[in-house]
Structures are given as structure tokens and as C-alpha cells.
Design a protein around this ligand. Structure first.
Ligand code: EPU
Length: 349
């Protein structure tokens, strides 16, 4: 059922009891009492000015690749579909590229490479939209969004004002930003700009990429080659959300102090750990979950992927509560064995 908002030139359709299964990459069933598709900053302002919708609590949904839906949504769901990609500036030091928040992330990465503006290749095949990328500061194979970020535009959900924020203001950290902290649920990201440094330099420090260099004998891969390698590595390890519902890594890799890390190594000498710049360590959560014997296990239709224990998957027809029950059981067994509390990466609603 559709109705139209008054007061503006083109009507803004409102969907009632909208099914969300197609709008979340885990494929969980849920409906939104009201859903509005946002194509521009002005659309957000029109929603805010609406007598009924303006007053409703709001939930911002991008590609749904970082959300676990456990219930129907009484909130107004704003489905961000802002389009557009363009080069906004080019200097000797960088290409600055802008994309609408509704653009598909992987398509943007592929497009920038085709245009001859490399720099995002390590982030190929990450599911989701451009607007969701800064929320959790997506990262893979030695690169984070924050490393290639210029600025973004966001519309305040109370005032309707558009504000531009730089990297410092976004408070990027490992799989975290202002949009998961103080601004959570309070604004809609509509456009993101990327700084792709010139001259281009490859980021090759990650073990899986070093392995490729050794296997192929190519120690000076260009950006297109790194893009292909990253795609191949991901396809071998991670399920394609178009075929098997998932949200990528389900837990963050926990950060621990050097002392905690030494402690765990004494008990589990093989634990995969990486030194951090602050003297602490990051532990591989996937390794810990695997060590607890979870690979391939399931609760109901929610399962642990058999090629990468950090990824939970929909075996067909899973519901949100099964995913949450499975996640809790994993957290308990990892805590029981390692004394570490795993923190989920997706937002659980
Ligand atoms: N491992 C196991 N068993 C498993 C899974 C992993 O032993 O079941 C071991 C691996 O052999 C490896 C280590 O754990 O030694 C780490 O695994 P991997 O290199 O696959 O990376 P990850 O830590 O599991 C992180 C990101 C991924 C990103 C990759 C590559 C997080 C939470 N995850 O995964 O991001 O693609 O590194 O950079 O930081 C995502 O966030 O959705 C995501 C896929």
C-alpha cells in the first residue's frame, strides 16, 4: 500500500508494512510499519516536515549488510538510496571522488579503478552501500575506509540541516565511528568523498596478499591485480550474501593488553595475534571461535560458516532470534575458554 506526502512538487511514496527481507543481507524476515526511500537531502527534510512521519522514531537503513533484525520495526525506516558518483577534484596529490550514500560499495570500487583512480582496491567486494561504509569504518587487507576518507555530508534528523564532517570529526576507530557512538540514529549520511592519494602506492602487508605475491612471483602488482587478488581471496573464504545470507564478520577482533595476550599465549600458544601501535594486541576472533569447535555448527537455521568461523550464515529461513541465540552461545564458549568477551560487529535490532 502506498500513500503520498503532501506539500511538495514530486510525491514521496510511503510504504506501509514493508517487507525487509530483501533489504538486509542476512535475509531475516521483518516488516517496517512505514518505509520511505531517501533519494536526496531534501527528501529527509520533507519527511521531517510531515505531520505524522516527522514525529515517528526513525531507523536509517543502507544496504542492510550490518544489521540483524530480530523484530518488526515500529519505527519509520529511512531506506537511503541517494545516487551519483563523480570526480570532484584532481590535484598532484590526490583524486577526490564523491559518491551518493545509496551507491553499491563494490561497484564504486570497481568504477574508480576503471576510471584510472586507484586506491580502494583492498576494499573490493565488501557488501553494503557507500553510506554504510563510514558508519563502521569498513576495513580489509591492511586498509580502512578512514585511510582514504575526505569528508561526508549528513542530514540531522531533528533540525534537517546538512553538515559536512571531516575524518577527525567522524572519530574513526577500528570498526567504529561517531555514527555508532554519539550520532547513532541521529543523522542520515547522504554523500561520502574519498581522497585517493597520488602517486598510488600499493598496500600489501596483509598475509593473504603476501602469499599471492609469493605464489605468482608478482612482487609489484598494480591496482587491478590487487583488486583481483582481494576478490579471489574473499570469494574463497567468505560467503556471497546474494547466495547465502550473512553480514560478513559477526564479531570484532578483540583488542587486549600485552599482559592479557601473554597470559592467553601461555595457555594457547597458537592463538593468532597482531601487535597494535599502542603496544596492545588484536586477537583473531575467528581463530578463537574455530578453536571452540563452532565451525559448521548451527542453532536452528543460523549457522557458523564452515570456511570462516567469524561469519554467521543463514542456512535458509533463519530468524533473528536464532542468530542472536547462536551469537550468545559462541560468546559464552569463547569467554569460558579465553576469558575474552566478543563484541558483535552488526547492529542488533
Ligand atoms: N582463522 C581461523 N579459523 C577461522 C577463521 C580465521 O583459524 O575459522 C584464523 C585465520 O587463519 C587467520 C586469522 O584467524 O590466521 C584471521 O583470519 P582472516 O585473515 O580471515 O581475517 P579476520 O580477522 O577473520 C578480518 C576482518 C574482515 C576482513 C579480513 C581481511 C574483522 C572483524 N574482520 O577478518 O572483515 O575481510 O580481516 O582483512 O576485523 C568484515 O568486517 O565483515 C570482514 C569480512
Amino acid at each position: 500500500m502506498h500513500e503520498s506526502l503532501p506539500a511538495s512538487a514530486s510525491p514521496l511514496p510511503v510504504e506501509h508494512d514493508a517487507p525487509l527481507r530483501q533489504h538486509n543481507s542476512f535475509g531475516l524476515p521483518a516488516t517496517a510499519r512505514r518505509l520511505v526511500r531517501i533519494g536526496s537531502d531534501a527528501d529527509v527534510r520533507r519527511v521531517l516536515a510531515h505531520p505524522e512521519l516527522g514525529r515517528m522514531p526513525k531507523f536509517v537503513l543502507g544496504g542492510g549488510s550490518n544489521v540483524i533484525l530480530t523484530r518488526d520495526m515500529p519505527e519509520l525506516v529511512l531506506k537511503v538510496e541517494v545516487p551519483g558518483r563523480r570526480l570532484v577534484a584532481q590535484t598532484d596529490a590526490a583524486w577526490i571522488v564523491e559518491a551518493g550514500a545509496g551507491e553499491n560499495w563494490h561497484a564504486l570500487v570497481a568504477w574508480t579503478l576503471e576510471q584510472g583512480w586507484p586506491g580502494l582496491e583492498n576494499l573490493a567486494l565488501i557488501p553494503g552501500t557507500v553510506g554504510a561504509a563510514p558508519v563502521q569504518n569498513i576495513g580489509a587487507y591492511g586498509l580502512e575506509l578512514a585511510d582514504r576518507f575526505e569528508s561526508l555530508d549528513t542530514v540531522d534528523l531533528v533540525t534537517g540541516r546538512t553538515v559536512t564532517l571531516n575524518a577527525l570529526q567522524c572519530k574513526f576507530a577500528y570498526r567504529h565511528s561517531l555514527f555508532k557512538g554519539a550520532l547513532a540514529g541521529k543523522s542520515v549520511i547522504t554523500r561520502v568523498r574519498f581522497r585517493l592519494p597520488r602517486p598510488w602506492r600499493p598496500v600489501l602487508g596483509y598475509l593473504d596478499l603476501e602469499r599471492r605475491m609469493a605464489e605468482t612471483g608478482n612482487h609489484h602488482p598494480d591496482a587491478a591485480t590487487i583488486f583481483e587478488w582481494v576478490c579471489a581471496i574473499r570469494r574463497a573464504k567468505l560467503p556471497d550474501p546474494a547466495l547465502i545470507g550473512n553480514v560478513g564478520s559477526f564479531f570484532k577482533n578483540p583488542l587486549v593488553t600485552a599482559e592479557q595476550c601473554r597470559d592467553i599465549i601461555t595457555r594457547d600458544p597458537h592463538i593468532v595475534h597482531y601487535p597494535m601501535p599502542d603496544g596492545g594486541y588484536k586477537l583473531a576472533a575467528g581463530w578463537m571461535i574455530d578453536a571452540c569447535g563452532w565451525k559448521g555448527k548451527a542453532i536452528g537455521q543460523a549457522g557458523v560458516y564452515d570456511r570462516q568461523a567469524l561469519v554467521l550464515v543463514n542456512r535458509g529461513g533463519a530468524i533473528g532470534s536464532e542468530v542472536v541465540t547462536l551469537a550468545r552461545a559462541i560468546q559464552e564458549s569463547v569467554y569460558g575458554r579465553f576469558g575474552i568477551r566478543l563484541e558483535p560487529e552488526p547492529v542488533i535490532v
